[in-house]
Ligand binder design. Structure first.
Ligand SMILES: Nc1ncnc2c1ncn2[C@@H]1O[C@H](COP(=O)(O)OP(=O)(O)O)[C@@H](O)[C@H]1O
Ligand SMILES: [Mg+2]
Length: 420
């Protein structure tokens, strides 16, 4: 049996007191709540104010008749979805057809048979409730699908990007190995040749004018000294590229189907390395100080590529929040900081805290942070996907916990907890 709640009611529209009392009695006997209108215009006004679940509408009334009342109700977006049942003594086919063509769902002939009234009312209440629940379901599903689609697109982009990064990391590795592995022998040869030159100088203290001139023009002492420095900077440069190449490969490590034992500190460090350019000072703000407080962590069974994505999304947000804080308070001398702390707790959960002293998050926004597409940033700067993806990876993929603590104007801390 269709239920009708305290605020729901059926509207009866009839100008005839006898008809009204029969209908009222029928509905009353079944516990339906109802209201009454005695002409078309007051029925419309009532229905606009409080939408009934169903309208029982008389056709012949003084003023506007039932057909016109029906037409107006159906033309008004507020009332157009309310099912209307005509109550009519006009049993001729034409009137019935007209009623249906105006959008009525049914008709009840007069004189009323109480059982019939109740049966028809019941059916249409049930139909309306079913329709509403279907509509709700369709709208829920559509929203879910939209979310899923956005996430799929994003994941697809990330995985393509991940492959690209891994590829570049790999490609750089060969030539840079080539360079760095040749530096030590080059250094040796140069040392040997330098020694030879010095030996010549010793053994032949009075060379020809041609040689003396060349040495002078060349500024031999400077060249010998500078060569060493150049070699040194080649060495440092190639080491940096090698680190970067390793970080790129580590960061974008493609995750197989199974989790693997991984070093989360290495993941954090690779991510920081890749984010390096955003941590440096820019026109508006000093460089961001990264304070690491790593505890002893065991290898953690996880999808490391995805965990790196989580670190990246949270760290990138921290940088944004610090940029914002500096922008908001031009005068103050805020030292932008990101603190990263790790530990393992007594329940063998690995805990990673990433905190910034940026703008912070207003209380009212906290519960929306992890919603897909929720962003407070301008178009082009924010997509609102970072935290929803992070949440999915931590909570759904790793059965972990992702929490946030924040105080506006003080900063924000994200806490990731992952079972080992
Ligand atoms: N560290 C933080 N400090 C302040 N606000 C944050 C921080 N991290 C996230 N937020 C807020 O959460 C929102 C959603 O973040 P996210 O899902 O990464 O999307 P996006 O960064 O693209 O806006 C951000 O727009 C921002 O308002
Ligand atoms: Mg983000």
């Amino acid at each position: 049996m269709p239920k009708i709640s305290d605020t729901e009611f059926i509207l009866i529209v009839d100008d005839n007191p006898t008809n009204l009392s029969v209908l009222c009695e029928a509905l009353n006997s079944e516990g339906f709540r109802f209201r009454v209108a005695v002409d078309g215009e007051s029925a419309i006004a009532q229905a606009e104010r409080n939408q009934p679940e169903l309208i029982l509408l008389d056709v012949q009334m003084p003023g506007i008749d039932g057909f016109e009342t029906c037409r107006r109700l159906k033309a008004n977006p507020v009332t157009q979805n309310i099912p209307i049942i005509f109550t009519t003594a006009l049993a001729d086919t034409e009137s019935k057809t007209k009623g249906f063509s105006l959008g009525a769902v049914d008709y009840i002939p007069k004189p009323f048979a109480q059982e019939e009234v109740i049966a028809r009312v019941r059916v249409h209440l049930q139909l309306k409730q079913l329709t509403e629940s279907l509509e709700q379901q369709v709208s829920d599903r559509t929203k879910d699908l939209q979310k899923a689609q956005v996430q799929l697109v994003q994941q697809e982009k990330l995985s393509t990007l991940g492959e690209l990064i891994a590829g570049i990391g790999h490609e750089i590795n060969n030539p840079i190995n080539f360079i760095s592995s040749n530096i030590p022998p080059l250094q040796e040869y140069i040392t040997a040749v330098t020694e030879l030159l010095l030996l010549y100088e010793q053994e032949y203290p009075n060379p020809t004018a041609k040689i003396t001139n060349t040495i002078k023009n060349l500024d031999l002492n400077f060249v010998l000294e500078d060569m060493g420095k150049i070699l040194n900077s080649l060495q440092i440069g190639s080491e940096r590229i090698q680190n970067l190449s390793n970080s790129l490969r580590n960061f974008s490590r493609s995750d197989s189907d199974a989790k693997i034992a991984a070093d989360l500190h290495q993941g954090l460090d690779s991510t920081l390395m890749i984010l390096q350019h955003r941590l440096k000072a820019n026109g508006d703000r000093p460089s961001i100080e990264v304070i690491k407080n790593y505890g002893e962590l065991p290898q953690v069974n996880c999808y490391l590529g995805q965990m790196n994505q989580v670190f990246m999304n949270i760290l990138a947000n921290a940088v944004d929040a610090l940029d914002e804080a500096i922008m908001q308070s031009k005068m103050s001398n805020l030292i932008p900081q990101i603190k990263i702390a790790t530990e393992i707790d007594s329940e063998q959960l690995v805990i990673i805290r990433i905190a910034d002293n940026g703008v912070g998050i207003p209380e009212r926004l906290k519960k929306r942070l992890f919603e897909p597409l929720f962003t407070t940033k301008t178009v082009g700067k924010g997509t609102g996907l970072g935290l929803s993806i992070a949440y999915q990876i931590v909570v759904e993929k790793h059965k972990g916990v992702l929490e946030v603590n924040s105080q506006p104007a003080m900063g924000t801390e994200f806490i990731i907890k992952i079972p080992t």
